[in-house]
Design a binder for this molecule. Structure first.
Ligand SMILES: *[C@@H]1O[C@H](CO)[C@@H](O)[C@H](O)[C@H]1NC(C)=O
Ligand SMILES: *[C@@H]1O[C@H](CO)[C@@H](O)[C@H](O)[C@H]1NC(C)=O
Ligand SMILES: *[C@@H]1O[C@H](CO)[C@@H](O)[C@H](O)[C@H]1NC(C)=O
Length: 822
């Protein structure tokens, strides 16, 4: 995760002025040749040639890898993958579904409490202040059960799919709304179910009486004809009020605004306990949508999206069902509603619980039913957080004067956080797939292949995937652009290593092979250090005055201290270890596919040569592995107040600025930071089990003045100069102390793996393993019980969850720690 993204708020956004699409290379060959010829003729061929070179270099970043895709576009279609066609692939919503297709018809739920100030809920927002929400069960394929605790009431949102026909089958939703014990009686609540198109397809609302939308019929390319039925709600006190909206709007990213601005409060709901005015209560209902006035002369945006919303308003408690029925599903064995819906949900719940038990065996390890439910929820949120996105990244290479649009592509991926990071992140995904792959290797392969299919001809994969208007509306412009020099840890190799353990993905693996080779070469060449077999992250912050320590977002560890003065001489020990892992997995894959993997084996032998590793990265003074570079420990942030020039109006002097001052000049040396980076040769098993330095690393881990806490391993030693230091006035410490679960997973796993090998530290490894595992699990469980969420990171002094929430990406690796699956 990158620090800068923490500041994003999901509510406001400015649409990014889209760069114009660069001309695809193949089409313009003739024009180029013609231009070149003409230029030749007039004697400026040298100029034309350099122009052509610039042009072709500028397009190179957009040229996709030439080998056949791991997953061709039709692989997610309803024809080839019918059971996975529909899903909760809109993780940024509290509840919604779409299909795995580029311009899917989407469905979703909004709700509006009619008590107090109305607050409309739709996309997951931390600012909504929900006490908890998340999937209790979700198998990634057939069904899901979620519980949402809002102020005064609880929603249980369930869905189940039923295969049949040629278009991905049917599904049903059941929403149960119940008052909390503390809430005042007679509270009324509105649910709004909607269906919307994304540029193609048509919807026809069917309305009974004045405002009661009973069903919507529709048709789209991928779905054929279909019907969405809103069954009569049960419960309330017998009164239901209806409203509906049918309108068009510029796109899916505007849905919340359209609904919010279509609400009027002149409707009344009859209720037994409804206050003073003749048992009627005013409520906010959908009326009609009037687009905001445009500045004069601006053409109205074309109606990209058709939106139909069904609103029902009634008193708690109640239950409502929504049915999607596919037109091509001929022999439907009755409606999937009421009792049969309940039966179907129960069947899937039992299946999931049994499968969970047989894969993870938590009962055998002594966990209580409540702890098992916690683990099931963690897995379910990882699976329920999987999305299907489609669109173009905005990218820039050193050869582009302006950002350009990457070719549009699909991405099926898990997301780190449904509220804060509801999109794909390259290095997070490698961790996600460790858990997903244990549950269902096929899902992991699908995600992995989609990621590799985003690779360009050079072997670069944009690390943050902001695809489509909904995703883009959540990210401020300045963070949208992906730079083609920038890497991110190749954690997909972690996932690949695990997936190699069974043969299920062999065909995908064969298709992936040419891409993996290019990918490896890209890291090996573009991120190489000055000395052979050393590596350096590109893309560090350059501004020498702004940051206490220039960040290295590309490493994934953001503000973790590195050399104070970025330079070519730098070498990064974490990247070297990632490459050691990558070379090993490449060699293993080559063997599996009976390809020549000699180059990778050779790299691996060198990168795991402990003498060479020590030579490049062991700092005796630090007693740990370290980065090397142009560095000084003596930097600080100081307020600098510009002085008014003689005669200058003091009010025109710029305000004081917090800037970095360097008190002692930097020199080439090991970087004096003790923390996660120091452990990498151990975390990724580059270190020999009998290496003399292993004992020193274990000392560092177990030392409470350094990395050890009762809640897990902290990211930076308490004794490090930058421990819990801000990087700028606005950047709180991120990887400078807090406890992160992905790194703790790697630590527990390394302790476990080394404890299984012959070596002088076995007893110590075993006891450290037990202790760290116990500490982590106890705290994660305690925090979940107290706060309702898994968190992005945990405070190293108190164990409290902090950063964004829910964070059910790599924090969900706790399931593997419970199961001792490494
Ligand atoms: C899916 O697409 C691939 C490549 O584009 C093609 O070879 C294959 O025949 C298609 N399969 C089906 C069932 O349409
Ligand atoms: C990686 O780079 C090193 C150093 O440049 C080179 O010797 C090695 O052959 C490369 N590895 C592969 C697999 O190409
Ligand atoms: C280290 O950084 C300082 C300050 O930017 C610079 O003057 C010096 O040349 C650098 N030294 C090396 C070896 O890069």
């Amino acid at each position: 995760m990158a620090r800068e993204r923490r500041r994003h708020t999901g509510t406001e956004h400015r649409p990014l002025p889209l760069p114009r699409k660069a001309t695809p290379p193949e089409r313009d060959w003739t024009r180029v040749l013609l231009v070149a010829l003409v230029s030749c003729a007039i004697g400026v061929s040298a100029f034309a040639y350099s122009g052509y070179m610039r042009w072709s270099l500028a397009l190179r970043v957009l040229t996709l890898h030439p080998s056949p895709r791991v997953w061709p576009p039709n692989s997610s279609s309803s024809a080839l993958s019918p059971n996975m066609f529909w899903g909760s692939y809109r993780p940024q919503l509290y509840f919604g579904m779409k299909t795995r297709s580029p311009h899917s018809v989407v469905t979703g739920l909004m709700w509006l409490s009619q008590a107090g100030a109305p607050s409309l809920r739709h996309t997951c927002e931390q600012g909504d202040g929900l006490a908890r929400y998340g999937w209790l069960l979700h198998d990634g394929e057939n069904f899901g059960v979620q519980e949402i605790t809002d102020r005064g009431f609880t929603l249980r949102t369930e869905f189940v799919k039923r295969p049949g026909g040629d278009h991905g089958g049917d599904w049903s939703w059941r929403i149960r709304a119940s008052p909390q014990a503390s809430s005042s009686p007679g509270q009324i609540l509105s649910l709004m179910f909607y269906v919307a198109t994304d540029g193609q397809g048509t919807l026809t609302p069917h309305v009974a009486g004045r405002r009661h939308l009973t069903h919507v019929t529709g048709e789209s390319e991928e779905l054929g004809p279909f019907t969405l039925r809103f069954l009569t709600a049960e419960g309330g006190d017998g009164h239901v009020s209806y409203n509906y909206l049918s309108t068009t709007c510029p796109g899916l990213h505007t849905l919340t605004d359209v609904v919010r601005t279509s609400l009027r409060d002149h409707f009344t709901h009859p209720t037994e306990s409804g206050g003073s005015r003749g048992n009627k209560r005013r409520y906010f209902g959908l009326d009609s949508y009037h687009p905001p006035p445009l500045p004069p002369g601006t053409p109205a945006p074309p109606p990209h999206t058709q939106l139909v919303v069904h609103q029902l308003t009634l008193q708690l408690p109640f239950q409502a069902e929504v049915l999607f029925e596919s037109g091509s599903f001929q022999q439907r064995p009755g409606q999937l509603s009421g009792v049969s819906l309940g039966t179907e949900l129960d069947r899937h719940k039992t299946n999931m619980e049994n499968r969970f038990q047989s894969i993870f065996r938590l009962e055998e390890k002594g966990f209580t039913p409540d702890q098992v439910a916690f683990a099931q929820a963690a897995l379910s949120n990882m699976l329920g957080g999987m999305g299907y996105f489609y669109g173009s990244s905005v990218v820039k290479s050193p050869h582009n004067a302006e950002p350009v649009l990457y070719p549009a592509a699909p991405l099926y991926t898990a997301v780190p956080s449904r509220s804060f990071f509801p999109r794909g992140f390259l290095w997070d995904e490698g961790f996600h797939l460790l858990l997903i792959g244990r549950w269902n290797p096929s899902l992991a392969w699908q995600s992995l292949g989609h990621w590799l299919d985003l690779m360009n001809a050079d072997g670069w994969i944009p690390r943050e995937q902001i695809l489509g208007s909904e995703a883009r509306s959540k990210v401020p412009d300045e963070f949208v652009i992906q730079k083609s020099e920038n890497a991110n840890p190749p954690t997909l190799f972690l996932a690949l290593r695990q997936l190699l353990a069974n043969t299920e993905g062999d065909e995908a693996l064969r298709r992936a092979w040419p891409r993996l080779q290019t990918w490896y070469d890209w890291y090996n060449s573009t991120q190489a250090g000055l000395l052979p077999h050393t590596y350096r992250w590109r893309g560090r912050d350059q501004d020498p005055l702004r940051f206490l320590n220039p960040k290295t977002l590309t490493s994934g560890l953001d503000d973790y201290p590195r050399a104070s003065h970025p330079s070519e001489e730098e070498r990064h020990v974490d990247l070297r270890c990632w490459m050691a892992l990558a070379s090993q997995v490449m060699a293993d894959i080559a063997e599996r596919l009976e390809e020549d993997g000699g180059r990778y084996r050779h790299d691996h032998n060198i990168l795991t040569d402990n003498a060479l590793l020590d030579h490049h990265h062991w700092s005796e003074r630090l007693g740990a592995y370290a980065d090397y570079g142009n560095h000084t420990q003596n930097t600080a942030l100081e307020w600098v107040r510009p002085r008014a020039a003689p005669g200058q109006d003091p009010r025109s002097v710029p305000p004081p600025q917090l800037i970095r001052v360097v008190r002692k000049p930097p020199r080439l040396q090991y970087v004096g930071a003790l923390g996660y980076v120091s452990l990498f040769p151990f975390l990724l098993q580059v270190l020999d089990p009998s290496a003399p330095h292993l004992g020193r690393l274990l000392d560092l881990i177990r030392d409470a003045d350094k990395l050890w806490t009762p809640y897990g391993i902290r990211s930076l030693s308490k004794g490090s100069p930058l421990y819990l230091q801000r990087n700028t006035e606005h950047d709180a410490p991120y990887w400078r102390g807090p406890i992160w679960i992905n790194m703790n997973y790697l630590t527990v796993r390394a302790l476990y793996l080394y404890s299984q090998m012959e070596g002088p530290h076995r007893d110590r490894l075993v006891s450290l393993y037990r202790e760290l595992r116990q500490n982590l699990l106890a705290n994660l469980y305690r925090q979940y019980k107290n706060t309702g969420f898994l968190w992005e990171q945990y405070n190293d002094q108190t164990g409290q969850g902090q950063g964004c929430f829910p964070f059910t990406g790599w924090s969900s690796l706790l399931v593997l720690i419970m199961a001792e699956e490494y």
